[in-house]
Design a protein around this ligand. Structure first.
Ligand SMILES: Nc1ncnc2c1ncn2[C@@H]1O[C@H](COP(=O)(O)OP(=O)(O)O)[C@@H](O)[C@H]1O
Ligand SMILES: Cc1cn([C@H]2C[C@H](O)[C@@H](COP(=O)(O)O)O2)c(=O)[nH]c1=O
Length: 220
């Protein structure tokens, strides 16, 4: 039986790497897949991993129809055994419904990868629909860590180094390392945090400033 599988984890937990590995292992066994992504950091129609692997992919915008795409390809004689769908948090709920239809009515496996919540700790619509519809939801095994050492569960956004909780939901960007932050805090960056430090808006830089006594605790 074909399945709709959803693999989720914070930013930098290895989802894109697993997406590329999933495709690689199936291609190596003679299966034929299609790779999809949306707003990848490497640019349009690319699926990239921080480990340096990158692949061409089909860009999914809001008007893209998975069901129509697959049916058109199969009707034209193409062979498709599975779909790999990265950055699935950016897909619309209807697109996730189309993926479920592809699984049920065409018996193709669908492997979807994405973060669950945005910088405000609200579910992305695509991820919410995946949790509702997936046959299996897997949380990635490689744990990202908060600066305090706890498991990171939340994605924080920073603007000029300061954590923000208001703004556009989609802003493509990357995790900023401590070393990068020390030299230059980018306009928009991301940092993974545990829930407590996300609630308290306590990024690594802020914790450092508090420890040095130059920043008050965020109470009141
Ligand atoms: N220099 C490095 N050496 C080893 N592993 C790394 C390095 N840089 C990133 N990683 C690992 O790469 C993974 C992030 O990969 P990626 O697939 O891009 O994540 P995601 O798609 O979840 O954001 C993490 O598991 C991280 O530990
Ligand atoms: C939290 C959050 C993230 N994004 C963007 C930032 C990145 O471009 C991607 C996540 O990619 P990854 O492969 O999982 O690292 O999503 C966003 O647009 N809005 C957010 O709230």
């Amino acid at each position: 039986m074909a399945e709709l599988s959803f693999f989720t984890g914070t930013m930098d937990s290895g989802k894109s790497t697993l997406a590329l590995q999933t495709d690689h292992n199936r291609t190596a066994r003679g299966l034929h897949g299609r790779i999809f992504t949306s707003h990848d950091r490497a640019g349009e129609a690319r699926l990239s991993s921080r480990l340096g692997l990158e692949q061409a992919a089909i860009e999914v915008d809001d008007s893209f129809d998975f069901w129509r795409y697959v049916v058109t390809e199969l009707t034209a004689g193409a062979r498709i055994d599975y779909l790999v769908c990265d950055e699935a948090q950016f897909y619309t709920a209807s697109q996730v419904d189309q993926l479920a239809q592809v699984v049920d009515d065409l018996q193709l496996d669908v492997f979807a990868f994405g973060i669950l919540t945005d910088f405000r700790s609200r579910l992305f619509p695509g991820s919410a629909r995946l949790v509702e519809l997936a046959d299996r939801t897997h949380v990635l095994q490689v744990e990202s860590l908060c600066w305090c050492g706890r498991r990171a569960t939340h994605n924080a956004r920073t603007e000029d180094g300061v954590m923000v909780v208001e703004g556009e939901v989609i802003v493509v960007g990357d995790i900023t390392s401590e070393a990068e932050r020390a030299v230059h805090a980018p306009e928009v960056g991301y940092e993974v945090l545990c829930r407590m430090h996300h609630r308290r808006r306590m990024t690594a830089a802020r914790a450092h400033a508090v420890a040095l006594g130059v920043d008050p605790l965020p109470f009141g």
